[in-house]
Design a protein. Structure first.
Length: 490
């Protein structure tokens, strides 16, 4: 028998049993000498002031540079919307971060507005109009599917007996519809109010009590912007655009309703890829329809929107694959990966210079196509080099990228609503990335630049016995029954 039974039995069948020797105790592992902590370096106020001054100077210079080619009204709305997004996202409850990403992703489907404007301006350029049609269809899938997924996420927070009347917030959409078809002079105010509702959507998601209303604000805002844009289109474009919106919307509806609740977060990543695709198509198609020479704001916006869209497209697909289990969650550690990222960036800068200097439309289109292909490769490498545990943070980064792509479209097409919504999503996504990195104890630069600081795992020499705690189903059931709150850590 076991050592305890043999130790307490002293006789058997009238014969004395000799007590076995006691087991040898587990050898105590020698304690390692404590490593002296390095003395914390004293803060240098002068150095901090110099760094802050340089960052502020660089930011001011960039904004002044934008002012040379961007209309004053667009630049003002860009800055104000960015400030609004910055302030609003700090108040969002941590439990609502994922629904917030989903709602802002659905709002970023405003790339449909860019696609519609491209279809309008490229009637005489079939290739560019085809790219605009692709952008509209992809954006429609993202809008409907994104809001369906967002609402399903929020429904998971409902308790039995809760009553939700947030659907009443959709009534202003009827007002937009009537105004757009009866008062053409109010189309611009409709676009402005629609953008304001998108800002209010983030504010509504700050608390669970107003989260459903915030989601409806986003729906109404996107609807108003699309209706105002449709009314201003040519008759021959409206029918095609409406067909694309309906087909894409039905596909997004089916996709959003079909996916299982546990797969909702990665579905947001999949929808992100459609935003990147639409941004690429609009950027290339806009230059194709109206090519320009030089480093004007249109060309700068076109190549930046193309590049950001390409990274968002493939990066979102990789994030979806890792979260959904289609790809390995292990980081892609290629030899010299940091140099690969740096080389890709330098190649892109060289492409930008060549794009600004060329006077050939064919060469310009070829450069934009090559830049998009390079961005797609970099998106695969950047996100693939990050482990699966950091994919939620990667999704917030990609969400921010989609906002900057919208800003580029807004500057390119001189659209106020795209500039406002893009700035809102870009800044709020960046702040949300910082919040999530701090909460998950992650290095933000490691996430942004594809595992730049990943270090090999150091194997310790601890080979001693490990302690463990045993339990049973009944014990766990009793603990759950007597607990007041239960925290489930996936």
């Amino acid at each position: 028998g076991d050592i305890v039974s043999r130790s307490i039995v002293c006789c058997r069948n009238g014969e004395q049993i000799k007590m076995p020797p006691p087991p040898q105790p587990t050898p105590v592992k020698p304690k390692a000498a404590p490593v002296k902590a390095k003395a914390a370096a004293e803060a240098n106020p002068l150095r901090a002031a110099i760094v802050g001054s340089l960052v502020l100077t660089f930011g001011v210079a960039c904004l002044l540079g934008l002012g040379e080619g961007v209309k004053t009204s667009l630049l003002t709305t860009f800055l104000l919307a960015g400030a609004a997004g910055y302030q609003a996202v700090w108040g969002v409850a941590h439990a609502l971060h994922t629904p917030l990403m989903s709602v802002t992703n659905a709002i970023s489907g405003m790339t449909a507005v860019g696609g519609l404007l491209l279809m309008q301006r490229s009637v005489d350029t079939p290739a560019a109009q085809g790219l605009g049609m692709l952008a509209v269809g992809a954006s429609a899938v993202n809008i409907i599917g994104g809001f369906v997924v967002s609402q399903r996420m929020l429904n998971l927070f409902k308790k039995p007996g809760d009553k939700d009347y947030s659907a009443m917030m959709l009534i202003p959409g009827l007002v937009f519809l009537v105004v757009c078809f009866t008062h053409a002079e109010l189309l611009q105010p409709v676009l402005s109010v629609s953008a304001l509702l998108c800002v209010a959507a983030i504010g509504g998601l700050a608390a669970m009590g107003t989260a459903n209303a915030g989601c409806k604000f986003g729906m109404v805002g996107v609807f108003g912007a699309l209706v105002a844009t449709f009314v201003s289109l040519r008759t021959e474009v409206v029918a095609v655009a409406a067909g694309l919106m309906v087909a894409g919307g039905l596909l997004g509806l089916a996709w959003g309703m079909k996916v299982s609740p546990i797969a909702l977060p990665q579905t947001v990543a999949a929808f992100h890829s459609l935003v990147g695709l639409a941004a690429m198509c609009t950027s290339i198609g806009s230059y194709w329809a109206r090519p320009m020479v030089g480093a004007g704001m249109e060309n700068v916006s076109a190549i930046l929107g193309d590049f950001i869209g390409g990274v968002t497209l493939t990066g979102s697909i990789i994030a979806f694959g890792k979260l959904n289990g289609n790809l390995s969650s292990k980081p892609l550690n290629l030899p010299g990966k940091n140099y690969l990222n740096l080389s890709g960036l330098l190649i892109f800068i060289a492409m930008m210079v060549a794009f600004f200097q060329t006077e050939s439309n064919f060469v310009g289109i070829s450069i934009l196509t090559a830049a998009g292909a390079l961005a797609c490769v970099m998106g695969v490498h950047l996100v693939g080099s990050v482990g699966g545990g950091d994919m939620p943070v990667c999704i917030t980064v990609l969400n921010s990228y989609s906002g900057w792509a919208l800003v580029a479209e807004g500057f390119l097409l001189k659209s106020t609503v795209l500039t406002i919504v893009g700035s809102l999503i870009g800044f709020s996504g960046a702040i949300l990335t910082k919040i999530m990195c701090d909460a998950m104890n992650r290095d933000i630069f490691n996430v942004l630049f594809g595992g730049i600081n990943n270090a090999p795992v150091v194997k310790s020499g601890d080979t001693g016995p490990k302690e463990h705690t045993e339990t049973s189903v009944a014990a766990v059931a009793e603990l759950l029954a007597n607990s007041r709150e239960v925290l489930v850590v996936p």
